[in-house]
Design a protein around this ligand. Structure first.
Ligand SMILES: NC(=O)c1ccc[n+]([C@@H]2O[C@H](COP(=O)([O-])OP(=O)(O)OC[C@H]3O[C@@H](n4cnc5c(N)ncnc54)[C@H](OP(=O)(O)O)[C@@H]3O)[C@@H](O)[C@H]2O)c1
Length: 251
């Protein structure tokens, strides 16, 4: 039976764990070939194994390295032949007070969450416009993974808020620029989701931040992957511009 993404290629950054990993499996189940991007090569190899029959390219790269975006997109297209969908998902969340924060943490968030996403997007646009002309779907997609933190600022997450706010503004501007040419730019804003994301924070900051969600059943990476799949499988003339998905008990 034909699947909605048969013949397409989806590039997913941050595919070595969490939301990116689950999204790779979900889009593959709809028929997409997968270009999986992250730094941990062993995890990408494991993902490729789990993808089984799906055509896949494991692209071990640091999205934050200057010039990486062009190289990542070129590798994906060289290995899989085209590009129809980009999920800009790679991200880091290094929370904590602004006062006395290690500046290196701020730099990393800016480089991965913002600069990496910008570079991949910049390099992908010509291929996505090409995909509109050559695909059965006659539409292409960029899904940027923001966060509830891109809509609601809180004490203790100022720079993470800044990066995700920026992703939201950029995505809306990009949406307006590409909409009439059938490249859909969409924003997804997950609430707290059980992944490795919090594990990179300083232990005291992590404890404080996790106390907020005590007793709440968190989302799974698969919940967000399903939402992304919904976005990219709409009919050509339907664009889901923005989607916030939170655990029911989140306040
Ligand atoms: N979990 C949540 O509660 C939540 C809520 C809202 C939004 N989000 C967003 O969801 C996205 C995915 O996060 P997650 O929750 O799935 O966390 P995760 O399991 O930690 O996944 C993050 C992914 O980003 C990749 N990554 C990090 N730095 C990278 C770099 N420099 N170059 C390439 N890849 C890099 C990691 O791979 P390597 O380490 O192998 O490079 C990993 O695959 C992030 O943008 C995050 O901000 C998460």
């Amino acid at each position: 039976m034909a699947r909605s993404l048969d013949g397409t290629v989806a590039l997913i950054t941050g595919a070595s764990s969490g939301i990116g990993w689950a999204t790779a499996l979900a889009l593959a189940a709809e028929g997409a070939s997968i270009a999986a991007v992250a730094r941990r090569k062993d995890r990408l190899t494991a993902l490729a194994r789990e993808l089984g029959e799906t055509r896949a390219a494991a692209i071990d790269a640091d999205v934050a390295a200057p010039g990486a975006g062009a190289e990542i997109v070129a590798r994906a297209v060289a290995e899989l032949g085209r590009l129809d969908i980009v999920v800009n998902n790679a991200g880091v969340m290094l929370l904590g007070p602004i006062e006395d924060a290690p500046l290196e943490e701020w730099r990393r968030m800016l480089e991965v969450n913002v600069a990496g996403l910008l570079e991949v997007t910049h390099a992908a646009i010509p291929h996505l416009l090409g995909a509109v002309e050559t695909s059965r779907r006659r539409v292409a997609d960029i899904v940027n993974v923001s966060s509830v933190a891109g809509r609601i600022a809180r004490e203790g997450s100022g720079v993470y808020n800044l990066t995700k706010w920026g992703v939201g503004a950029f995505t809306e501007s990009l949406r307006q620029e590409l909409a009439t040419r059938y490249v859909r730019a969409s924003l997804i804003e997950p609430g707290v989701t059980q992944t490795e994301l919090a594990s990179h924070m300083r232990p005291d900051v992590r404890e404080r931040s996790q106390a907020r969600f005590k007793g709440i059943k968190q989302l799974t990476a698969e919940d967000i992957a399903q939402a992304i799949t919904f976005i990219v499988t709409r009919e050509r003339d339907v664009a889901v511009n923005e989607m916030m998905v939170r655990p029911t008990q989140s306040v």
